[in-house]
Design a protein. Structure first.
Length: 353
């Protein structure tokens, strides 16, 4: 259990569930609402109890610690509760209205992977850093494909300046050089996850850490450099010899921006600080008079690209906010409707008496 990440704090949280005869387990794979769990006794197949099924927010994700009730005489169980998450990654579910869905939980360290080849893109890294801040996991930046880097020192420098206070390491997953640095952040019972766009070398890295070709590395097509599609289920990988755990799931791979203003503030500290001194309190820094941000761009203390990426992010957040508020309004309407129906019935019943 310790190798799975179980500790005294989890045990304390679990106390009341243990009293009900439930046992703890950690979610390893999710597929079509069927879960494969790691428990003390081994692997168990499970489904959610009916009361948890109605809201996507109440569904468990890979990495979750859950309280299960084993079915007598069978290797199956029911998930009765999810222990409060220490960290989680969520994504917005596509559709008319946005819904938050957890794709991975209880990650200690998130490795943000970027390639030092054509993939190199500091603006994208900023987005991933924001997701990491949002999640509650500790971020570490891994610059992969160091073997083909053309200006390694400059790139590391640039990333280090943008990710202040965050460790940055250059590795080559392909040549298996420098990858032991990842294990330094893991160890017995500690869980890591890899974040980064397709083709940066996540599978290669996981394979190298596992020391065997368990995951099928996707070949990058020569012409469009898009990875060939392979289907794999969500996975919690236990590294041998108490080296820790790794989450590598399609959900993590497809993570989209689901961030709040707070995390925008952390990554764009300088711009937010400047914005506070703009003449207009609602300044959008698009050419308004006496705009401190525009002035900083002119003076060269803030680059135009950085301002543009801040504005793009802000627009995305605004859209997200609007969608959320539409959802809230619908919920309010629904509640109001059922409340007024209940009221009508009450009056009717009273009049009848
Ligand atoms: P994923 O989509 O992030 O899982 O990326 P993959 O692990 O499938 O790797 C994508 C491509 O990059 C493959 O062709 C790998 O062989 C290649 N690759 C991965 N790591 C390295 C590396 O360190 N150096 C070089 N030159 N290529 C790498
Ligand atoms: Zn301004």
């Amino acid at each position: 259990m310790k190798d799975l990440g179980w500790d005294d704090e989890w045990a304390r949280t679990f106390g009341p569930f243990a009293a009900e005869g439930l046992i703890p387990a950690r979610v390893a794979i999710e597929f079509n609402y069927l879960y494969r769990l790691f428990a003390e006794t081994g692997e168990v197949q499970a489904q959610h109890a009916g009361k948890l099924r109605h809201e996507s927010a109440h569904l468990s994700a890979v990495g979750d610690w859950v309280a299960i009730r084993p079915s007598p005489g069978e290797a199956t169980a029911t998930i009765e509760a999810i222990l409060p998450r220490r960290s989680h990654f969520s994504r917005k579910v596509a559709g008319e209205l946005t819904e938050e869905q957890t794709v991975a939980a209880n990650i200690d360290t998130v490795f943000i992977i970027m390639g030092l080849d054509g993939d190199y893109n500091p603006r994208r890294l900023e987005r991933y850093l924001m997701l990491a801040y949002e999640s509650g996991a500790k971020p570490v930046v891994i610059l992969n494909k160091a073997d083909v880097a053309t200006q390694l020192a400059e790139d590391i420098d640039e990333i280090q300046q943008l990710a202040v206070g965050i460790p940055v390491h250059a590795v080559s997953a392909k040549e298996r050089s420098g990858i032991e640095v990842i294990e330094r952040y893991l160890g017995p019972g500690r869980t890591g996850a890899l974040l980064g766009s397709s083709g940066v070398g996540k599978s290669t890295l996981v394979n190298a850490l596992m020391g065997e070709e368990l995951l099928k590395t996707r070949e990058v097509r020569e012409h469009d450099s898009r990875g060939r599609h392979t289907t794999r289920h969500r996975h919690l990988i236990v590294l041998t010899g108490g080296r820790g755990l790794l989450v590598d799931t399609p959900g993590m791979r497809e993570l989209q921006l689901w961030a709040h203003e707070d995390s925008a503030r952390e990554t764009f500290d300088d711009i937010v600080e400047l914005a506070a001194t703009c003449h207009f309190t609602n300044c959008r820094h698009l050419g308004e008079p006496r705009c401190a941000v525009k002035q900083a761009v002119e003076e060269g203390t803030v680059t135009a690209e950085r301002l543009a990426s801040y504005q793009k992010l802000r627009d995305e957040l605004d859209t997200l906010e609007q969608r959320k508020s539409v959802r809230d309004q619908i919920n309010i309407k629904r509640k109001f409707k059922s409340a007024s129906q209940a009221m009508k019935k009450m009056y009717k019943d009273r009049d009848r008496e």
